[in-house]
Ligand binder design. Sequence first.
Ligand SMILES: NC(=O)c1ccc[n+]([C@@H]2O[C@H](COP(=O)([O-])OP(=O)(O)OC[C@H]3O[C@@H](n4cnc5c(N)ncnc54)[C@H](O)[C@@H]3O)[C@@H](O)[C@H]2O)c1
Ligand SMILES: [Zn+2]
Length: 377
Amino acid sequence: MKSKILNVSLNRKVENLSYPIIIGDNILNRSGEILKEFIYKKNVIVIYDSFFSVKTSPNNEFEEFVQSMNKLTTTLNFIDIPGGDQTKNINQLNEIIEKVLTYGIDRQNVIIAFGGGVVGDIAGFVASILLRGINYIQVPTTLLSQVDSSVGGKTGINSKIGKNLIGSFHQPQAVLADINILKTLPNREFRAGFAEVVKYGLIKDLEFFNWLNQEYDSIFIYDKIKLQKMITKSCEIKAKIIKNDEKEGGKRALLNLGHTFAHAIESFGNFDGRIIHGEAVSIGICLAFKLSNKLCFCSKDDTKKVINLFQKSKLPTSLHDIKKLSISTSGMIQKFKLDKKNRQNELTFILNKRIGESFIKHNVSANVLTQFLNEEI
Ligand SMILES: NC(=O)c1ccc[n+]([C@@H]2O[C@H](COP(=O)([O-])OP(=O)(O)OC[C@H]3O[C@@H](n4cnc5c(N)ncnc54)[C@H](O)[C@@H]3O)[C@@H](O)[C@H]2O)c1
Ligand SMILES: [Zn+2]
């Protein structure tokens, strides 16, 4: 299968920036060759998900990646961290930073994040603050990270107060996504990643949403041609949205469809794995459509179509599906107030006019939300 190469271009005031996303099958054994132009010093720090620990992992892609990188570099330093959102915390951040510093780095060094969104987010954040910023490369290993978190430069960790509240914008030098690495991904994680894929169709592309419905069976039996198309299309939509709004002053917020609800739900789960990000996004998007319908922006028909696709994908679609988290209306409203999209204490949500057309709605009243959530809980 021929790899697809896509460019993320960012229109910046001072100097434009562009970097490639390489999406292929079985390409990690050529990592050294592919990434050569981004490695300036023969000393590279690899922060990786401990799932890939060479001695125990059922997945040998990491070993192949290391062998290939060894041909290019003289020193690879490794730091392994567990996947899962509990890892994205300040203590873990400090531990990684101290380990990296003991390797004696300078600004020519490069960090490689090898793992899912959790490794990518925290390793990217480390790269953004070490020595006021060093380069990093993303090698995403979950569906969610291949279609979303590895692209666009949002990095960060969670706070006890809420999700992703500490972080920075720091773009990677390149993204290398190998479809073959998904072979060991648990089905639950694959479905969670699929929620973010569906999100792109809902925000901006009805045709893509229809294609996902139509190709659903092939996608869920890991048809690699379909997966490559799906991942490439997702990254294309994301790249287009962030092109003129790198730091989310405007339209980039559309990518947050369902996320105000999702982040609040995740905080109720204490990031302990009872609910994972993509599952919370699935519920969040269904709630965003229901709210859009309640406020007469979107039809019942479209809302049903969205919920149907998530249900078919065995994703949770309502707060009733996660009763174990003891979610309360007032607690949810408290969490909404922490959302980064809000302006001057007004709550902001991403809502939909139809499938394929999201918009930013400022000033959503807390009373309306209270009534809405009381009906949902
Ligand atoms: N920066 C962004 O723009 C952005 C966008 C979306 C999500 N996120 C963040 O991404 C995180 C979620 O990412 P995720 O879903 O990748 O979670 P994750 O990184 O926790 O990975 C999920 C699980 O899969 C395991 N795993 C990883 N690769 C595997 C493989 N190939 N085979 C088998 N197991 C594998 C991990 O060890 C972990 O247990 C959240 O913290 C979310 O906030 C960030
Ligand atoms: Zn997300």
